[in-house]
Write a protein that binds this ligand. Structure first.
Ligand code: ADP
Ligand code: MG
Length: 302
């Protein structure tokens, strides 16, 4: 038989519950807080310490100016009592700042990064420097690109060349972030590292990565030409990716420190010898896929 003393609340325990609840109620804040909860004192008094925590969190939320000022245990969430029949559940409820931030950041799920710094998802056309004029034709082209894309006119990407640190990657990332806000999937791929990782991938992983880059609706191949050329990377990776994207009219952007002419000679010479025809073929595909532009500017890297 069960020991009945373990099942029924003992008298002293009950008295203690009442006392601590009464104690808490002597504070005006607490009193007001529990008055706003649709539950009787008999129910409320079972949760005094949780209610004190919830009241503190709720107080923190009043007049809070944003997530960076959040004082709650879980940033962006408020520990909240939710009354149900004869019990009270406690739940972490997202605050208005958290909700706002989730809404504003929803586009990021449409951006796949491959070995690019996470902050690149924050790049924005609104913040693009306009202090040097070489950026203006590019910005103008972006407008045209977006309009054509919307009308399904298969706009070409850009082959953006120029000096190190001038902001090529930032600029294109800013455009792709805007596209992502329109629910278009984009991938930003740091190409030299992508090649390295592809090389060391096993079969299924390899085809998954390869297919993804081939088929993603909008692609940036960042820093092309900075990799060590091999026949494999030129003929088995870059060639087929470009071929597929060309045939399917998938917008493709490139950034490079090399001009197309320089890229061509770099592609021609691999560790296995010189093959000008194969290099030429790649360049032709890049030209089919993109318009060449140049971004010359001071180095923005610190
Ligand atoms: P590149 O690709 O031409 O080498 P990046 O795009 O990497 O140059 O830009 C160099 C640095 O300057 C990066 O740290 C980048 O975040 C910053 N940067 C470039 N353009 C802007 C911009 N318009 N607003 C803010 N930061 C920028
Ligand atoms: Mg770059």
């Amino acid at each position: 038989m069960k020991n009945i003393n373990n099942v029924l609340p003992r008298k002293e325990d009950e008295l203690e519950l009442i006392h601590s609840y009464q104690d808490a109620c002597s504070e005006k804040d607490f009193q007001e807080f529990v008055r706003g909860i649709n539950a009787s004192d008999e129910v409320l008094m079972k949760y005094t310490s949780s209610l004190i925590d919830a009241k503190e969190e709720c107080k923190n939320c009043k007049n809070c100016k944003g997530l960076e000022h959040c004082k709650n245990k879980v940033v962006g969430y408020c520990y909240t009592p939710i009354p149900e029949k004869n019990i009270i559940q406690f739940s972490y409820v997202a605050c208005k700042w958290q909700e706002k931030s989730e809404k504003e950041n929803a586009y990021k799920k449409n951006l796949e990064l491959f070995d690019m710094p996470k902050e690149i998802k924050e790049a924005s056309l609104k913040n693009v420097y306009t202090d040097d004029k070489s950026r203006l034709p590019i910005i103008r082209y972006f407008k045209e690109f977006r309009e054509k894309f919307q009308k399904e006119e298969n706009p070409k990407g850009l082959y953006l060349t120029g000096s190190f640190g001038s902001g090529k990657t930032y600029l294109i990332a800013a455009l792709l972030n805007e596209m992502a806000k329109k629910q278009i999937s984009c991938a930003l791929v740091y190409y030299p590292e992508f090649l390295r990782s592809l090389k060391s991938s096993f079969q299924t992983d390899y085809s998954e990565k390869f297919d993804f880059i081939k088929k993603v609706p909008v692609l940036l191949l960042d820093d092309i030409g900075a990799e060590n050329e091999s026949n494999w990377s030129r003929d088995e990776v870059l060639g087929p990716i470009l071929q597929y994207r060309m045939q399917n009219h998938l917008p493709t952007f490139f950034t490079s420190n090399l001009t197309l002419e320089e890229l061509e000679s770099s592609l021609a010479t691999t560790s296995s010898g010189v093959d000008k025809v194969k290099a030429r073929r790649i360049i032709e595909r890049i030209k089919q896929l993109s318009i060449q532009m140049e971004l010359i500017g001071k180095n923005r890297r610190n």
